[in-house]
Design a protein around this ligand. Structure first.
Ligand code: DGJ
Length: 724
């Protein structure tokens, strides 16, 4: 519920277990008051008196959107240049241009209940209300509207702002965060993830010193190096299961930056928005710019509670639909570029026989793409690979009872391609300068409408003539030489173009599903998740490496979107040999996929695959729609133990996997969480053997019997169900 008190000019945003408050002060400034779990939100503005008295500190108050103007030397969310002064200036005064201060004051607000959300999905699965507060500059023609969409069930607020130029001259915006978050003083223990190709989502937790800490990316995808989310708390005041934890995540897949500013006063502010590097936004007269959202929230139940809120919010208010994610087969690691109709059909027959529901043909099916050297951009089926076209394979896959999926990389072109030969000017470049290739490819200039139109037509031509159910949308390099017809706006225009294309495809083909991939997990964020059904988490499919990758991923993102494949016994990325049980137990923690060469497997092993897939199908609704409890994280005892519990507590899935064999050290049993304490759960294994009947209370006190020890690679998955 959102409430405004006109007497005190105070706004209160009341979540089911949280409270956010702000007020309009005597000067019309919108000031942050408090935010935290109820009943005692923590960030009371008088807790640390603003320094105020010092001549060096003009701005002790916490403006909801700190703008460069009447402010101290601290970080700002907005900086603008007014290229023309509002009134005629004398020749001497004109030397002072451009005017570079913004002074925002409250001019009004509106509250709207359950408005349509900006997404391709037809219906929303959770109540929400939206508050829009208008602030106008007292001297310059700029209006900024701060928007707060509250999802009370999740204790989450989606925040963004719109900027409108109400004057006759352009305004240059030089820095813009989607929102600034004021955390309670001292909340300087911050959890984020970092990584690289094959090593995404590595968790780091640090106590920040006084100063600024930045994570971000400077390309046109989210990136492998960092992911745009954080958890923060007061050091020593939070655990996996307890304590107030604040969190935020950007809904944007372009060049982004999160800045954590820990001030000498103890104040902690988090700015999330456009990466200011090479940033420029020219607001033309009458123009409005709407930023993407910075989603934020607070949990009173530790890091685990923060993750569960983000997961539920993403399932209910972000993802395009709630249908179960199918068991997928992807032929990449089985055949790489060696594609043929017969080879893929043989794999499809085996995949169907073991229970796969979606068969995906990866890279290499089009144009001259027989290796990474050539063909990107030429999106027509290669007669060399499929002499009778692709439809016969699609028909066969459908006849086997599976959906059909196909790989694309729509933002790229190989210089050795017909597209590039025809349109060498369609790529990002600076005229007369070298065009840096990465994986032998260049990035198309999505600032050009004709490029977007061409790519849409190419994809549309295939989708309208073939029964394609699923697209794997890949993106395999960072941007260099960002020269575009749109100038510096390309940093936003590219992402807007990708979103527009995806939205258009989904609209025209409502049954089409999309997967976001960028060389693995390089494009995962709440912006792309409005448009895709799942993501490829990492090209690293080694189950033990995956434990850390998936744990970091789980801090922000739900299991239903986390594609996880079982691949070869000897892993192609690491060379490590792992049992089938470990590979399945780890992959079954997300949206299960298979990537092994099924033609190389014997009948016995195929039967084992089939048995695991059947097991997964029995409980996948719990993994994909349940609440996740990280009972044990890798940092504790070198093991990862997870529990997924359906919201009505009737079923749960328990999954343990040991990463490090700690000889001579005791690993205490992982106690379960979130169960119905008085009900009795029957615990079954893959073979549907009941291994125990225990009450929720017993399981929460003692854990699963016998699961206290195991060597590296030891793993186990169990299904718990209340039997009436
Ligand atoms: C990178 C992806 O992450 C892989 O799964 C595969 O699709 C290759 N690209 C194909 O080029």
């Amino acid at each position: 519920m959102i409430h405004y008190n006109p007497n005190t000019r105070t706004f209160n945003l009341l979540g089911s277990q949280s409270h956010y408050a702000m007020m309009v002060d005597g000067d019309g400034r919108l000031i942050h008051l408090a935010w935290g779990p109820t009943p005692n939100p923590l960030s009371g503005h008088n807790r640390f008196a603003p320094p105020g008295q010092s001549s060096f500190e003009f701005q002790g108050q916490r403006d909801e959107l700190p703008a460069y103007g009447p402010i101290s030397v601290h970080e700002v969310a907005l900086k603008a240049s007014f290229l023309k002064a509002p009134a005629a200036l004398s020749a001497g005064e004109a030397l002072y241009r451009p005017i570079r201060d913004v002074r925002l004051a409250y001019t009004g607000h509106e509250i709207e209940e359950n408005a349509q959300l900006p997404t391709s999905s037809s219906s929303f699965r959770t109540p929400h209300s939206t508050l829009r507060i208008s602030l106008t500059d007292s001297l310059q023609p700029l209006t900024v509207t701060l928007c707060y969409r509250l999802f009370p069930a999740h204790d989450i607020i989606e925040r963004w702002c719109t900027l409108t130029n109400t004057g006759p001259d352009p305004i240059r915006i030089e820095k813009l965060a989607f929102a600034a978050l004021h955390l309670p003083p001292g909340s300087n223990e911050v959890t984020t993830v970092h990584g690289a190709w094959g090593a995404e989502f590595t968790t780091q937790r640090h106590t920040l010193p006084v100063g600024s800490f930045n994570i971000g990316h400077r390309s046109v995808q989210t990136g492998h190096a960092f992911n745009p989310f954080f958890l923060a708390n007061r050091p020593g005041h939070a655990t996996e299961t307890s304590g107030p934890v604040y969190f935020g995540a950007l809904a944007f897949s372009g060049a982004w930056l999160l800045t954590f500013e820990h001030q000498h006063s103890g104040d902690m502010r988090v700015f999330g928005g456009y990466n200011p590097f090479d940033f420029e936004l020219i607001l033309q007269p009458g123009q409005t710019h709407t930023t993407p959202a910075f989603v934020c929230g607070v949990s009173g139940e530790g890091w685990g509670g923060a993750s569960r809120r983000l997961h539920a919010f993403t399932r209910d208010a972000v993802l395009p639909n709630a249908a179960p994610r199918p068991v997928l087969y992807n032929s990449w690691e089985a055949t790489y570029f060696a594609l043929s109709h017969e080879g893929q059909a043989a794999l499809a027959r085996k995949a169907a026989a073991i229970g796969v529901e979606l068969f995906v043909v990866d890279d290499g099916w089009f144009g001259g793409r027989r290796s990474p050297l050539s063909g990107l951009g030429d999106w027509t089926v290669s007669p060399e690979v499929f002499p009778n076209g692709l439809q016969p394979l699609i028909d066969e896959v459908h006849a086997l009872g599976m959906q059909f999926g196909l790989w694309f990389e729509p933002e790229m072109v190989n210089p050795d391609s017909d597209l590039y030969r025809q349109h060498p000017d369609w790529v990002l470049h600076f005229p007369g300068r070298p065009r840096t290739e990465a994986r032998m490819q260049l990035v198309l200039d999505y600032g050009r409408d004709e490029v977007i139109e061409y790519i849409f037509s190419a994809l549309d031509a295939l989708l309208s003539t073939h029964d394609i159910d699923f697209i794997k949308w890949d993106m395999n390099r960072n941007v260099t030489e960002p020269g575009s017809v749109t100038g510096k706006a390309i940093w936003r225009a590219h992402t807007a173009g990708v979103y527009r294309l995806m939205d258009r495809l989904r609209q025209k083909y409502p049954n089409l599903s999309l997967q976001s991939c960028s060389g693995g997990g390089g494009r995962v964020d709440l912006g792309i998740l409005r448009r895709v059904d799942q993501v490829w988490t990492s090209d690293n499919t080694d189950a033990l490496d995956r434990l850390g990758i998936q744990e970091g991923f789980s801090l922000a993102y739900p299991a239903r979107i986390m594609e996880a494949w079982v691949t070869h016994e000897k892993n192609h990325q690491t060379g490590r040999v792992l049992d089938l049980s470990t590979r399945f137990d780890v992959a079954m923690r997300g949206a299960l996929g298979i990537g092994s060469d099924l033609n190389a497997l014997g009948d016995e092993e195929l039967k084992e695959y089939a048995s695991y897939i059947a097991f997964y199908k029995r409980f996948r609704h719990v993994v994909q729609d349940g609440d996740l409890y990280r009972l044990e994280t890798l940092a504790e005892h070198g093991a990862s133990t997870l529990l997924y519990v359906l919201p009505d507590q009737s079923e749960a899935v328990y999954s343990v996997a040991v990463h490090d064999h700690l000889i001579g050290r005791h690993r205490p049993p992982a106690r379960l969480c979130g169960l119905n304490s008085t009900a009795v759960y029957t615990i079954t294994d893959r073979h549907e053997r009941a291994i125990a009947h225990l009450s929720g209370a017993d399981l929460m006190a003692q854990g699963i019997p016998g699961d206290t020890y195991g060597p590296a690679g030891y793993s186990r998955t169990l299904h718990l169900k209340i039997v009436k």
